[in-house]
Design a protein around this ligand. Structure first.
Ligand SMILES: CC(C)(COP(=O)(O)OP(=O)(O)OC[C@H]1O[C@@H](n2cnc3c(N)ncnc32)[C@H](O)[C@@H]1OP(=O)(O)O)[C@@H](O)C(=O)NCCC(=O)NCCS
Length: 195
C-alpha cells in the first residue's frame, strides 16, 4: 500500500497528535544532547494542553501546519473504512520573537516523526511556511537550533539558511547554546519545492 502526504493548516483537534510527534521527535533528536531524565519526563498530555491553547488562538500570520500521511490503495467498496490518516510532522511559524537577529519572521519549530525523515517532507513544509509568511508581507525569517543538533544545521544550510547568530539556552538547569539560521529572502525558500 502506498502512502500520500499532504500539508495543511493545523486544526484544534490536531493538538494531541502534534504533541505526540513533538515528544517522540524530541526524545529521538535530543538523546545524548539533553538529560535523559528530562526527555523521559516530557509529557504528551501537557504539550497537548498547551497546544490546544495555542491552536484556539491561532490566526493570521502565526500558524501551525501539519503533515498528514494517508494510506492509498485501500478498498473503495461501499461500507469499507476510510483510509487511516496519521499526523507525522508539524511546523510553527509567525513573527520573530526577538533576540539577537534582526529577522521579522521566525520558524518556531519543525518536527517530523523518525520514520518519515529524509524523504523531502521537511523541505516541503519549510516551503509552505515560507509562502505563508510571504503572504503576510514577511520577507525574511530566522530559525533557532540546538548547538549539537547537526542534522538540523545541515538541513537549514541545505535549504539556503545562513548561520547568523548564537545565544545561550538553559534547559533542566543546564547551559546549552542555540544557533540561528537566517533567510534574508524567503522567496528562495518558498520555491524550494513545488508543493
Ligand atoms: C530536520 C528535519 C526537519 C528535516 O526534515 P527532513 O524531511 O528529514 O529533510 P528533507 O528530506 O526534506 O531534506 C532536505 C535536505 O536536507 C538534507 N538533509 C537532511 N538531513 C540531513 C543530514 N542529516 N545530513 C545532511 N543533509 C541532510 C537532505 O539531503 C535534503 O537535501 P536534498 O533535497 O538536496 O537532497 C527532520 O529530519 C526532523 O524533524 N528532524 C528531527 C527534529 C529536528 O531536528 N527538528 C529541527 C529542530 S531545530
Amino acid at each position: 500500500m502506498a502512502v500520500e502526504y499532504a500539508i495543511r493548516p493545523a486544526r484544534f483537534e490536531d493538538a494531541q497528535a502534534i504533541a505526540g510527534v513533538h515528544v517522540e521527535a524530541w526524545r529521538a533528536t535530543y538523546a545524548g544532547l539533553l538529560p535523559g531524565e528530562y526527555l523521559s519526563g516530557l509529557s504528551v498530555r501537557e504539550r497537548a494542553r498547551n497546544r490546544r491553547t495555542a491552536l484556539a488562538d491561532q490566526e493570521g500570520v502565526r500558524q501551525t501546519f501539519v503533515i498528514e500521511a494517508r494510506q492509498t490503495g485501500a478498498s473503495s467498496r461501499k461500507g469499507a473504512k476510510a483510509a487511516p490518516v496519521r499526523i507525522v510532522g508539524f511546523g510553527d511559524c509567525g513573527p520573530a520573537r526577538g533576540g539577537p537577529t534582526r529577522s521579522t519572521g521566525e520558524f518556531y519549530a519543525i518536527y517530523l516523526a523518525s520514520d518519515v525523515q529524509n524523504i523531502g517532507l521537511g523541505r516541503a513544509l519549510m516551503a509552505v511556511m515560507a509562502r505563508h509568511l510571504l503572504r503576510y508581507g514577511v520577507q525574511d525569517a530566522v530559525v533557532w537550533a540546538l548547538g549539537g543538533n547537526r542534522q538540523a544545521h545541515w538541513f537549514y544550510e541545505r535549504l539556503g539558511g545562513m548561520a547568523c547568530g548564537e545565544r545561550p539556552l538553559a534547559i533542566a538547569g543546564q547551559s546549552y547554546s542555540e544557533v540561528a539560521y537566517c533567510w534574508d529572502d524567503l522567496t528562495v525558500l518558498a520555491s524550494a519545492v513545488d508543493a
